[in-house]
Ligand binder design. Structure first.
Ligand code: SAH
Length: 380
């Protein structure tokens, strides 16, 4: 197994010292610790080649002493940086682009942002690569709208990496945040988004929209999700926490209609475009808090046959679950990246007329301690 040279300095991967086989065992145990009380936990689905799977690379830039620019992985615990040029789990091409950016900055005398003096230009870089289509997005998160040597920089970057399809200058002017993108964006090249293909559907992805970071395993995950849902074409489906609409759009091919809800405005914009891209006329998207939305649906006495839910790490809410039960779906497919909060939510469902039928962990994040689980619930 290849060793990571910065494993001691970087906390990005927590299981770096374990063989991949042991990692899968660790994750299986973690899933069982939280979920085996509900039923049998199927063996985790791992990757054949668990490296360079990340399609999203975020590199933090700092101005070191003596004017040298350092780029790498931000360490939230120490607020420091692990200098990294290539990472075992990140996309190789994206890493190469980041090194080019750092070299170009030196050549064109661009500075990295210096937090102590609130001076300097570049704060971080986000590169997203669509593995299926090859499209690449580069987001330069800078402290100011003023971009010194912009045209030369852009020309040289595209010359070195003609495979880049869009470049965005993001004005990340909230100085209290470290890796967050700002509201304002200037498209320097291309149309400001990339498109990828998953499960035969095409998806547009903008800079701030959530998109699964391991596309190969996402297909494995979504296939399980669809298998659990068992759609026949007659169902009314709800896709809560829908992101750019992926699960709902894959489901739409085998459902009567799909109602999707998502909080992030940019993701909903992408989702609406994605419905058009896939010619899905039976999907509606709502930009709302999922709990509020479900409460409204329940108040209007609306019903659903199948509910998909895929909340963030913190899990869902008591009110969401109470409203979901009111919609009376015969099946619920719950995707979670945190078995701890999933356990808490499943407890609520099982006390409210649902039983757990299937539990399937999928390894979406090799070398990290995170484990993703798909759970099928059915109405008792
Ligand atoms: N199902 C999607 C996205 C899952 S990630 C996929 O597979 O790609 C979780 C999503 O929940 C994110 O897009 C996030 O923006 C959204 N989200 C977070 N809090 C939310 C809330 N309170 N209401 C609705 N959506 C929320």
């Amino acid at each position: 197994m290849p060793d990571c040279p910065v494993s001691k300095k970087c906390s990005g991967c927590q299981l770096q010292n374990m063989s991949y086989e042991k990692q899968l065992e660790f994750k299986q145990n973690l899933a069982e610790k939280h979920l085996s009380g509900f039923g049998h936990v199927d063996p985790i689905i791992g990757m054949y080649y668990p490296y360079h799977y990340r399609n999203k690379v975020q590199s933090y830039f700092v101005q070191a002493r003596g004017g040298k620019i350092v780029s790498g992985i931000y360490q939230s615990k120490t607020k420091g940086i692990a200098a990294v040029d290539s990472c075992l789990i990140e996309d190789k091409k994206s890493d190469e682009i980041i090194v080019t950016i750092r070299e170009l900055m030196k050549k064109l005398k661009l500075t990295a942002y210096d937090r102590t003096n609130d001076a300097g230009f570049l704060r971080h870089v986000l590169v997203r690569r669509a593995f299926k289509t090859g499209q690449i997005m580069v987001v330069l998160a800078a402290s100011t709208p003023l971009f010194p040597n912009k045209n030369v920089f852009l020309k040289e970057l595209l010359k070195a990496h003609p495979e880049i399809t869009t470049v965005i200058h993001n004005i990340a002017d909230d100085k209290t945040e470290t890796l967050v993108l700002g509201e304002r964006e200037i498209f320097l090249y291309g149309n400001g988004y990339i498109e990828d293909v998953l499960c035969g559907c095409r998806f547009r992805i903008s800079s701030k929209s959530f998109y699964q970071i391991n596309p190969q395993q996402t297909e494995v995950l979504y296939k399980k999700v669809m298998q659990f849902a068992g759609l026949t074409g007659r169902e009314t489906v709800v896709d809560a926490y829908c992101g750019i609409g992926t699960i709902g759009l894959v489901a739409a091919k085998n459902a009567k209609n799909v109602i999707s809800v998502e909080l992030n405005k940019q993701a909903v914009k992408d989702a609406i475009q994605n419905a058009k891209l896939n010619n899905a006329k039976n999907v509606r998207f709502y930009n709302d808090d999922a709990t509020e939305f479900m409460k409204n649906m329940a108040a209007e006495k609306m019903k659903a046959d199948v509910l998909f839910m895929d909340p963030p790490r913190a899990g869902s809410t008591k009110e969401f679950i109470e409203a979901a039960v009111q919609l009376n779906p015969s099946r619920i497919v719950y995707v979670s990246c945190n078995p701890e909060t999933q356990e808490k939510d499943l407890m609520r469902f099982t006390r409210n007329g649902y039983k757990v039928e299937k539990i399937q962990p999928v390894d979406m994040f090799p070398f990290t301690r995170h484990v993703e689980c798909v759970v099928l619930l059915s109405r008792k």
